[in-house]
Design a protein around this ligand. Structure first.
Ligand code: SAH
Length: 372
């Protein structure tokens, strides 16, 4: 057989079957003239048996196995580097294409293990207190690169620990990579995928209102909203996407999402910044704002990074803030900072981003960051 450049380019165009959720795989098999249940069979091989070689998939006919080997591939990202913090938190730097790297973090606790998953290379938003924002933006991750973070983490953890929860709280804004994130979350919850319950999969968003409104139609997961300020003036500054989707609209979207499932609530994340958003008045404004929505609040001690220009609120300020919310009947927790000795804490994930947004350049010109 002649190997020529046509073969080489055909090879490049192979379909990566990790890019499909169940629905996508069903369409793929039906288009081949096969029955839908082939999708379930393939999911079982991939996610339950961890068999990634088509020739070993014995319930497919020989000709089907051959077709899959020729036309399809099963490609996952690779862990480049692992760091383990003193509290057992693990950070993995994962290699994507063209020198881009993202980060995933595994947080072991007594009764659960939470994987913090990235959705984009960098982030297009410019939240002022987040170091991922400083990296600029390169591109959305593919489904295979998102679900791949669970697969490679599971492989690496082996018998040591189990992934019981996933939070889409790594690098990127998940709802700006809507279709891929939804497909990946469907795979996390599919009985023949990772089989996690919808309570144990959480999407975190800075408040992309139209996408929040679309989400419940296609994927019923828990939702966390990065609020950080209870009035528009401050939120416009800290979370600039607020200028597009202000609090009034955001709260309506939250109430709507919460109303759709039984006993649903929204978790509001609120980073504690000394002298910026941590006064008693801020707490009272927050209580008023949250009246419209069944809420839980998660106060996040600010994690510093080089040139971050903010300080974390004092322990007592955080406690006083919590007390106000608590007295108003809002369940409030203070997030325990995990993995900070390996820069794996919230807002510290930077990866390595070939910035296409030119944000790094602008920040360098403004003297906010320095060129390496
Ligand atoms: N873009 C999504 C997903 C990222 S989640 C979102 O905004 O929700 C990461 C969480 O960590 C968000 O709540 C974010 O606001 C918070 N965070 C970012 N930088 C932080 C920092 N330096 N210290 C503490 N929390 C931070």
């Amino acid at each position: 057989m002649m190997m020529n450049s046509a073969n080489a380019s055909a090879k490049q165009e192979k379909i990566n079957l990790f890019d499909f959720d169940r629905k996508g795989l069903e369409t793929f098999f039906v288009d081949l003239g096969e029955k839908k249940f082939r999708a379930t069979q393939l999911l079982k091989w991939l996610y339950h048996e961890q068999v990634y070689d088509f020739s070993e998939m014995t319930n497919f006919s020989k000709s089907m196995r051959q077709y899959l080997s020729e036309q399809c591939t099963l490609e996952l990202p690779e862990i480049l580097f692992e760091q383990i913090a003193s509290d057992g938190t693990r950070k993995w730097i994962i290699e994507m294409n063209a020198g881009n790297r993202i980060e995933s973090v595994f947080i072991p606790e007594e009764n659960r293990g939470t994987l913090c998953v990235s959705s984009q290379i960098g982030c297009a938003l410019a939240c002022t207190f987040c170091s991922t924002a400083r990296q600029g933006f390169n591109r959305n991750l593919a489904v295979s690169e998102i679900i791949g973070q669970l697969l490679v983490a599971r492989q690496r953890l082996a018998e040591d620990a189990r992934i019981t929860n996933v939070v889409m709280m790594g690098m990127g804004e998940p709802l700006l990579n809507f279709d891929h994130v939804v497909a990946a979350m469907n795979l996390m919850m599919d009985d023949f995928g990772f089989g996690l319950s919808k309570r144990r999969v959480t999407v975190s968003t800075s408040g992309i209102v139209p996408a929040m409104n679309r989400l419940h139609d296609v994927c019923d997961v828990s939702m966390a909203v990065s609020l950080h300020a209870a009035n528009d003036e401050l939120r416009n500054e800290l979370v600039p996407i607020n200028q597009k989707y202000p609090l009034a609209e955001l709260m309506i979207a939250c109430a709507e999402y919460a109303s759709l499932g039984p006993r649903k609530h929204i978790t509001f994340e609120y980073v504690m910044l000394a002298g910026i958003n941590d006064s008693l008045e801020d707490a009272r404004t927050l209580v008023k704002l949250l009246r419209q929505v069944p809420s839980k609040v998660n106060l996040i001690p600010f994690n510093p990074f080089p040139n971050s220009n903010y300080r974390c609120s004092s322990k007592s300020a955080i406690q006083r803030f919590k007390d106000v919310l608590h007295q108003a009947g809002i369940v409030t927790t203070i997030r325990k900072t995990r993995g900070d000795d390996i820069d794996a804490a919230c807002g510290q994930l930077v990866g390595k981003v070939k910035d296409k947004s030119r944000r790094q350049l602008k920040l360098q010109q403004m003297g906010v960051i320095h060129a390496d």
